[in-house]
Ligand binder design. Sequence first.
Ligand code: GDG
Length: 739
Amino acid sequence: MMSVYPRRIFVSNRLPFSINAKGELKRGSGGLVSALMGVSRNESFSWFGFETDTQAANQLHDAVKAVQPQIECYPVYLQKERYEKYYNGFANDIIWPLFHYEGHLANFNRNNWAAYQEANQKMAEAIAKVAKPGDSVWIHDFHFFLLPKMLRELAPEVKIGFFLHIPFPSAELFRQLPVREEMLSGILHCDLIGFHEHSYLRQFIVSLKTVLGVDASFVEAECEGHKAQLGVYPISIEGDEFKEKSATPEVERKVQDYKEQHNVEFMMLGIDRLDYTKGLELKLRGLQQALRKYPELRGKVSLLQIAIPTREKVPAYMKIKREVDQLVGAINGEFGTPSHNPVHYVFNSVKETELLALYRRANAAIVTSKRDGMNLVAMEFVMCQDLKTPGSLILSEFAGAASLLSDALLVNPWDVDSIADAIKKAFSMSEEERFDRMSHLQEILSKYSSTRWANGFLKDLEKTVLTPIRVVQDLRPEVSHWSDRFQRKLHSKPLRILLDYDGTLVSIMKRPEQVKLMEDTRKALQELSHRAEVFILSGRNMEFLDSQLSETDLNLAAEHGAFVKIKGREWQNRISSDIQSWFPHVEKIMADYTERVPLSFIEKKRACLVWHFRLSPPDFAAYQSKKMDDELQLGMANMPVSITMGNMIVEAKAIECNKGNFLRWLKQDGADVNYLCIGDDRTDEDMFVAQNGEGLSVKVGPGKTAAQYRLKSQSDVVVFLNSLIRFLDKTTESRAASV
Ligand code: GDG
């Protein structure tokens, strides 16, 4: 046995092993277990999962090790009541319906959300105790959206991969989720995120943009300085194993039994958990329509539907069970005869040999999921087919498997005629066509096994290069929450404070001219200016800053620092570059776009031109703004102007109009002070970067930043300023007392 270093660590809701009531060790089945066991056949690996039984939690690690020495199984104990809330209350009751486009069934509840957070945190802590730098941690599925971020905080040097086994829904649906930001920013701390299908990845990217404002490509998303690779990795099954297992004499005997029991010309098979996503009622309606539309099928076609009981106490599941029961009765009532029932319905699971024999016996398998991440049943049916007597696969185009299995008879399950016609087609299909389709399907699945799937993902994860991430610390506005380090910086030297205006001291308004400084903020600024040197550093022009702040003792810097007014003096011009070389050209281009985009307008200053589109139709204007940005970047490449896209603006400004440039200019006087910079938007990042890790920088609101700290929202700023005043007074008093 080869031991690999760095190690592979797998994480799933439950472990692949359990201990039953008799104390026996049982290995789980299912696609994921086979895939991961397959990939790690000759290597040691670890696996983490929840366990609610204390005894099993204590015994599992050693019990597994005794029979499979290469596996380190780590059960993470969770109290039954907490597990219920996290697993059923949040994962199954919120994420599952919402991600399968059944948003009306999602029941959001803050207590269950708290249990989900707690479960993710517990898992992160358990893994962090074991994982070493460089190890790869592969997290599976929707139970763990928060785990990547939590684990990253505790073990920053492990590689973290995440695979979603269910669809990722459209952004329009995803944004219904009350905790949408937390879920997305949690997962973005991965190094690699994988999906079954390209369309799921596409929807994920749209959600990143809509919910977090993060621009991502199909291969990469960057957030808070960390890069996550993105990819499509359709899962598969161990096809050859299924082929072999389904051709054993034991299975063959069962096939013969079934042929005698189900003595019907054309037997269709359905194997689904009785879940509302699987579209059982649509399948039955499709069969009903086939029997109505094509009388020649009556008495010759039947459906054996195995419905595996699941979540039986949940109302939505009770409802679908009632509907299926009724439909089965109705169809058998309408088309049954004393010797034939068109639907044979089993509400129970079957043993593996029975399952294999049923796959082999069936003339067709029928999958009509409304949404399904992949659907392994369709693949298993294909690989169990004997090519001497091949059957047909009827497959919903809303199952991820449809993107791999294009030789199936693809149906839109919402269209009863589409299902009915596919049943008729499968029934009448020539042996030659069945062979062609099935042999092609088998060829695809033999070349692409679950082991390959897992290997492909792991190889890509192991290839990723860890981007060192700088964690932006949350800063609560009240002094009692400030860290010692933060407090030391504040009082070690006199303070020079640079404050942005819009979005920092005043909230962003639809119309910039409507902005007004609140009285409590003005008062705080005035007070602060008696305890520190305060600069209001804004993109606004001199007239505006004068009109809003003239009666204060503040220093003002307009047009991103191109013009400065030190308290008690006149405005001073810092520009030395040639503005005329670019200004008229940029103005002309912006005027063209203003004509094209309704309600956009140009704000003209002395050394800046700003094109605003905050009132315009958002998607159209966002698209035009990107075109404008391209055009300006290209056209003005050699001019002393910088072009940037900001929050609903495109801005062209003289190179001196830069908050970083202004900070460097201030520093030239060599004063022995600490700089505290606070701002909310992209232009403020220039000053955060120019601080070079010295002093203190605070970003206001969400989003990527170079700042060290973050205040949650603009309304926190005034609370913070008042706390700062009290803090400075207190430290001055204690300094005076100690002299
Ligand atoms: C999730 C996604 C995605 C079923 N009944 C019996 C039985 N099974 C086995 C099948 C198959 C598995 O369970 C079901 O897999 P699916 O893929 O169809 O569905 P989910 O469990 O919902 O899985 C899904 C999958 O993750 C993998 O990424 O494909 O879309 O929802 O292996 O054989 N096995 C036995 N008796 C049964 O009665 N022995």
